[in-house]
Design a protein around this ligand. Structure first.
Ligand SMILES: Nc1ncnc2c1ncn2[C@@H]1O[C@H](COP(=O)(O)OP(=O)(O)OP(=O)(O)O)[C@@H](O)[C@H]1O
Ligand SMILES: [Mg+2]
Length: 310
């Protein structure tokens, strides 16, 4: 069986609530909060589980919020390995004003990771020897922009295929080392090739440029409501996103990566992987807030894409 590990170096507890009317200076009464485990890799693990797959979520956890993070994963029956940190896991705050339906998302900076903790993460990944490793999300302070480059070096050493979903300098440095698959959106891809913006007809060339330089083997560029493009040395295919009743796009990117990684782990072709990614991403937009997708929605959209998504 393909061993999948997701890595979240900067996880969070997402605390969500609702209130009625945002007024300064007054006490704003909120409903009982709902707690979710958050962070790129953790979301990818949840998406894989939703499709019936298995992965091990590796993440940092510190303090009482780090304990809660682990409890939340236990409740969802997701296997995990936590690397204990001295500093506490961050908590984000998400509040919806029921009068306007506006969602306010307050993100806290990640806890600082100490050098020995950062090294411990790399050591554990090396020992776990995954077949597929998914590094997703931002980096915590203390890790330095080159941390995913180190993860890429470990992946190469143990022969793991690294799938990376992050942005900016950390992404750029990771592809200097070389990875298996990238899932940038158009903005992230533009930055990677050093331009301000890319038009849709320039996406293929930009992805080819990265592959030609040895940055990665596969690029899946996500285009939001326009779907996604798969680019390898030999393939270039665009799949439109199915029109769905969109409620919230939060978690669409992570759901897409989850769908793609699950497809890879079950031996699907790259073209099927692309369709599973788009199906899971679009299915995620049909749900409110931080909720990912329902399996039946993803399956239905995948079947539609197999038929019509050319
Ligand atoms: N409005 C939409 N309608 C239908 N599908 C969508 C929509 N927005 C996103 N998707 C689906 O989700 C996938 C990923 O979305 P997107 O390109 O926005 O990723 P992203 O920018 O990485 O998102 P995130 O902000 O979650 O990181 C798309 O390829 C598409 O399949
Ligand atoms: Mg994204």
């Amino acid at each position: 069986m393909t061993k999948i590990i997701t890595l979240t170096v900067n996880p969070a507890i997402d605390k969500s609530t609702k209130f009625s009317g945002l007024v300064a200076e007054q006490k704003i009464r909120c409903e009982s909060p709902h707690f979710d485990a958050g962070g790129g890799g953790i979301n990818v693990s949840k998406a894989i589980a939703r499709l019936g797959g298995k992965s091990l979520a590796v993440f940092t956890a510190g303090g009482p919020s780090g304990e809660l993070l682990q409890d939340l994963l236990k409740n969802e029956s997701i296997d995990y390995q936590a690397i204990t940190t001295k500093n506490w896991t961050r908590e984000n705050f998400i509040a919806v004003d029921v009068l306007t339906n506006a969602q306010y998302r307050f993100g806290m900076p990640g806890a600082e990771i100490l050098t020995e903790e950062a090294n411990e993460i790399l050591k554990q990944i090396e020992e776990l020897k995954p077949d597929l490793l998914v590094a997703s999300g931002s980096l915590s302070t203390g890790l330095g922009d080159g941390y995913y480059e180190k993860v890429a070096a470990v992946s190469r050493k143990i022969g793991a295929k690294l799938i990376i979903d992050t942005s900016g300098e950390p992404l750029k440095m990771a592809i200097d080392e070389g990875v298996y698959l990238l899932k940038p959106n158009v903005g992230e891809l533009a930055k990677l090739v050093g331009v301000d913006a890319l038009e849709i007809d320039q996406v293929d060339d930009a992805a080819h440029e990265i592959i030609a330089k040895g940055g990665c083997e596969i690029v899946v560029v996500s285009l939001g409501p326009q779907g996604a493009v798969l680019v390898t040395k030999d393939i270039c295919e665009h799949i439109p996103a199915p029109a769905v009743q969109k409620k919230s796009t939060v978690g669409a990117g992570d759901s897409m990566v989850g769908g793609m990684v699950w497809a890879l782990s079950t031996g699907k072709t790259l073209q099927e992987m692309l369709r599973w990614g788009v199906a899971c991403g679009s299915a995620a937009t049909m749900n409110e807030g931080t909720q990912l997708f329902k399996k039946e929605d993803a399956e239905r959209l995948f079947a539609w894409l197999q038929k019509y998504g050319k």
